[in-house]
Design a protein around this ligand. Sequence first.
Ligand code: MRU
Length: 374
Amino acid sequence: MSDPTKVSDSGQTRERAPHIAYEPGVLRIVDQTKLPGELDVLSLTSAGEVASAIREMRVRGAPAIGIAGAYGLAIAALQSARKADSPDHFLGMLADAAQTLEAARPTAVNLAWAVHGLLNEAKRHVNDGVPPEAVAVQLQKEAKTLHADDIAACRRIGDAGAPLLPRGANVLTHCNTGDFATGGYGTALGVIRSAWRAGALRRVYVDETRPALQGARLTTYELDGDRIPYTLITDGMAGHFMRRGDIGAVIVGADRIAANGDTANKIGTYALAVLAREHDIPFYVAAPRSTFDPDAQTGDDIPIEERSAGEVRAVQGVPIAPADAPVANPAFDVTPARYITAFITDAGVLAPPFDAAIAALGKAGAAAPATAKT
Ligand code: MRU
């Protein structure tokens, strides 16, 4: 992994080294909890270690945890193929590893989709009589393909979304949806990157995104790297800037999109959508097809992860509240579909009515989670 902080020769953009790199048996990730202060690369050598890194948000963002989960299962396949005394034993060990990985974080459907997609491939190969060692080799390739596909999907999202943003406008974004949250390039941040390159964007307003500060720590880091002008604000300031007419569009990512378009994303997204409606500002959700979950009919079917009280009682480890202050810490909220202007996907832009458009998206060949879950 080269140094992601290196500035390119042109001085225009910081080189984007992959924050996820894999060689058979070892997953290397940039520890996102340490950024921007420290660039620490972790080497993970078991599905359990990958699951812990996902749970602790060392790797985070819906597509990125799907990719990490796929590599975690690929590692488990190599190790299980060596230990198993029969193909059934091999599949049993893989299923256990899949369960450990999937349980790491419940809201982003990309994780279950990726892990079960690979597990189903393993089952298919074993049923075809392929020996476990060869299945394990095949899973290394499948995980790499999933990673490459996500980067390609992000580029398509960027291309599809850039023309939607009002020319010369400021856009507001929440959390981190860029390189660090995906295989590379980003979803909402990919659209922002593409719009900037097209000369269509003035400035990005970046919500700090309490409590884990993905906006303040990661989105600013990426925008700095691309020399895209931004203003960092605290989450509570968004309404102020909208009322003043400073924001031309809001664009966010997603962790799971239900069949009716209700969308789970980082806590605080719902409030932004309501504010945007009040101020007549378009509200866009950018996500690959792997984030759509046809098994969730509405947002009520989406599990919302509750994280530790410590994340709210402290900022970056520094206490800001009584040590025993009662706390709620839902990591995500659900934005009802009626607040969403359009979805920007790797298969194009979806306009309302969303239920029909989302159903057609599945038929257009998305590797839908439902097909991956067995
Ligand atoms: O808790 P996180 O940091 O994993 O939450 C990330 C988000 O909510 C992102 O907006 C979402 O995963 C989309 S990332 C392309």
